[in-house]
Design a protein around this ligand. Sequence first.
Ligand SMILES: NC(=O)c1ccc[n+]([C@@H]2O[C@H](COP(=O)([O-])OP(=O)(O)OC[C@H]3O[C@@H](n4cnc5c(N)ncnc54)[C@H](OP(=O)(O)O)[C@@H]3O)[C@@H](O)[C@H]2O)c1
Length: 330
Amino acid sequence: MSKYRALLIEKTEDGFTRRVVERDTAELPEGDVLIDVHYSSLNYKDGLSATGNPGVTRNFPHTPGIDAAGVVVESATAQFKPGDEVICIGFDLGMNTPGGYGQRVRVPAEWVIACPDGLSLHWSMVLGTAGFTAALAVHKLEQVGMTTASGPVLVTGASGGVGSVAVMLLATLGYEVTAVTGKAEQHEFLRSLGASSLMSRDDARQGADRPLLAETWGGVVDTVGGEILFNGVKSLRYGASLAACGLVDSPQIPATVLPFLLRHVNLLGIDSVQLPLAQKAEIWKKLAGPWTLEGIERLEERLTLDTLSPAIDRILAGKMVGRGVVDLRG
Ligand SMILES: NC(=O)c1ccc[n+]([C@@H]2O[C@H](COP(=O)([O-])OP(=O)(O)OC[C@H]3O[C@@H](n4cnc5c(N)ncnc54)[C@H](OP(=O)(O)O)[C@@H]3O)[C@@H](O)[C@H]2O)c1
């Protein structure tokens, strides 16, 4: 097949439009590996790309989709052969390179990893960049000493993609999890993922004017930034760490050095995009093995190219719950 379907974002005088179009493989950029995409997923960043955020995508018309999982059709390297099941997340995919919201992508071999044994293409995209990022955050927190004995772990933006997988993974690993959510109607869902207590976003913002808060958390996975992030830092137990993953509330943080100087705490950066491929493969291997998340299907909302556009609006409004998985087969 040389023709394939894709979601196309076009820039007009009035803003950005979305439509599903037929494209030709010959129009894809040069690259080592041509992939038939079976599944993609919906991440907050895809919403930013689809609405012309220049920090994500500058060149239009454009097909977003920072995640793709599928089967190799052609390969210019010995590393991959036709028929191989592969995953591609991050790097420039879906940013200024046509992404996973097309049934085909062509990418450099350095962006591609073999789908590990124990993980199907489908489940790799239920995780997607969001789930991968949650795992990377937990991995880094554990590397700097977080254990189940460190104390309860706070997860912010808990009903979203990164947050929901973080809650589930931490609970699976035996951590006591407190989930911050703005969606009171999702409390039961978050409890079913393993959260043992819930906190409202308003409560998570309390004390933003104070230099330090009670030492409470053995670790924090933050997806929202802003006051909530730094309240997390101010309420870490002595020597504990917060992993900063996202900015849906704000990229600014109202910070002082006091928690660092008085409590020996750490603010850790998490980047799933440029992380070297070998480290990406290590995280995927964990997710396919010891960190397998039983019941992860509860997170999935199945989408297609034709139902993607309203879901993009929902994720930008903070209304998405769990993980949107885009089925591109057929
Ligand atoms: N560092 C990386 O490599 C990396 C990778 C993936 C994602 N990210 C970033 O992580 C963030 C989350 O991504 P995602 O795909 O999980 O998005 P998502 O599915 O939209 O989840 C974000 C969640 O944050 C909460 N939220 C929304 N607006 C908020 C606000 N104004 N204040 C406080 N909480 C708010 C909502 O959960 P509740 O209603 O439950 O509060 C929402 O569901 C984004 O900023 C994304 O760019 C970074």
